[in-house]
Design a binder for this molecule. Structure first.
Ligand SMILES: Nc1ncnc2c1ncn2[C@@H]1O[C@H](COP(=O)(O)OP(=O)(O)OP(=O)(O)O)[C@@H](O)[C@H]1O
Length: 410
């Protein structure tokens, strides 16, 4: 196999201007001797090699350096140090605004792009019907592209870039623009390229696509290469990191934010002879958490106070997806778990040995009712957030993890 893209210890420096917005600030900066600009490394010591026919994904947080790597690949930028080598015809779909000339019409831009890629006008004329069909640009083909919407622009750019038969296709977040049907079309075409043995460089926050489309991936973190290897492993490692950061952020925020009393009262109903005073989501070690993983054990603990003796109360829990779908609503009544009578403070646990939910945001409800389940003492409707992560879980569509078994009968 021949190497078609090679980064050899590549670094690129930029200069970040200080944000002195007023003349006074700038003046103060001068007399205090502050530097007017600060150099920083957008990417640093990056080395990897892509072989012909391989697909490589670049993942990382915003500002990690992904676009800089693509610009180095396409020679829009030169490295400050190190060496970038590429072999073959490259078609790049970089961010909006690059590529097309705003004053030219769509048709003129198609010819211009073609000639830059080494195609004659006649050859581009032959490709034109397919470009028009794929881009769905219709009558706007003869309009200047500065009047295009971002969706139209991307559709035409994608159609042209993929029509010129590149050896290497580089795409940067194209899937974020345009409607779902068009995104599907783009993905299908990218998969077609892959089947045709072309090399693909793919930057996206759509990690599922990176995982299934790419052979290898690079994880960039503040300009440095944190991991490089099989796409599945790199994406999973990156996801664990993203999830961990998200969880820490969420838990910090929950601690800082005063619960909105008004909102709580709106989500609550019942006559309060039995009052639910606290609800905890506990992990297997008894720690209170908001974030759990698919298949982890979860205990929902309801602390209550019965202000008078209540016979045969029924306690229940509900799980809801953030979209509003009510996924399940077990209670002690349905399960035949009889609590003879309560009075004063106590607690009841609902234990789920393996959470059957896939990654997403969910809400927990809890309830205390009388034995007929018609009279509500205290119902907390979707008051408790539950975040599920599915790192390492193979199923990823929908909300539920099904423990089904496949059997083939040829
Ligand atoms: N021309 C430039 N001048 C100065 N700084 C720049 C320039 N281009 C990029 N940067 C900075 O370099 C860093 C890396 O940016 P880059 O666009 O490569 O990140 P990214 O991973 O593509 O981010 P995103 O996912 O948000 O597109 C950022 O801090 C960015 O602000």
């Amino acid at each position: 196999m021949s190497v078609v893209i090679e980064f050899d210890n590549v670094s690129r420096q930029f200069v970040r201007r200080q944000n002195a917005s007023t003349i006074q600030e700038r003046f103060m900066g001068l007399i205090r001797g502050l530097p007017p600009a600060e150099a920083f490394w957008a990417v640093r010591n990056i080395s990897f090699a892509v072989e012909a026919g391989q697909s490589i994904g670049l993942v990382g947080h915003n500002g990690a350096g992904k676009s800089t790597i693509l610009k180095l690949m396409t020679r829009v930028l030169e490295p400050t140090s190190g060496r970038v080598a590429t072999r073959g015809r490259i078609a790049a779909l970089l961010e909006l605004g690059s590529g097309f000339h705003p004053e030219l019409t769509g048709r003129e831009n198609v010819f211009l792009y073609g000639s830059l890629m080494g195609f004659s006008r006649k050859e581009m004329l032959r490709k034109m019907p397919e470009i028009i069909e794929f881009s769905e640009i219709g009558q706007f083909l003869d309009t200047e592209v500065k009047h295009y919407s971002s969706g139209m622009y991307t559709r035409l750019a994608f159609a042209v870039a993929t029509a010129v038969e590149p050896d290497i296709l580089i795409t940067d977040e194209v899937l974020a623009v345009g409607d779902e049907a068009f995104q599907r079309k783009c993905i299908d075409r990218i998969y077609g390229f892959r089947r045709a043995g072309k090399t693909i460089v793919f930057v996206s926050h759509a990690l599922d696509v990176v995982r299934s489309l790419c052979d290898v991936a690079v994880w960039l973190d503040h300009g440095e290469m944190k991991a490089y290897g099989s796409a599945v492993e790199v994406v999973d490692a990156y996801l664990v990191d993203v999830n961990e950061r998200e969880r820490a952020e969420f838990e910090q925020r929950s601690k800082e934010e005063e619960p909105d009393q008004e909102w709580r009262e709106r989500m609550r109903r019942g006559t309060r002879e039995v009052e639910i005073v606290r609800v905890q989501l506990l992990d297997q070690d008894g720690n209170e958490r908001v974030t759990f993983r698919t298949h982890e054990p979860l205990t929902i603990r309801i602390h209550y106070v019965a202000h008078e003796p209540i016979e045969r109360p029924v306690f229940g829990v509900g799980l809801h997806h953030e979209s509003g779908a009510w996924l399940t609503g077990p209670n002690t009544g349905f399960d035949g778990y009889v609590i003879p009578a309560i009075e004063g403070a106590g607690m009841i646990d609902y234990h789920i040995p393996k959470i059957p939910l896939l990654g997403g945001r969910y809400f927990v409800s809890v309830s205390a009712t009388d034995h007929t389940q018609l009279h509500a003492f205290d119902v907390h409707d979707r008051m408790y957030p539950l975040i599920i992560h599915s790192d390492g879980v193979k199923q990823r569509y929908g909300m539920l993890f099904t423990e089904g078994v496949w059997q083939w009968h040829p």
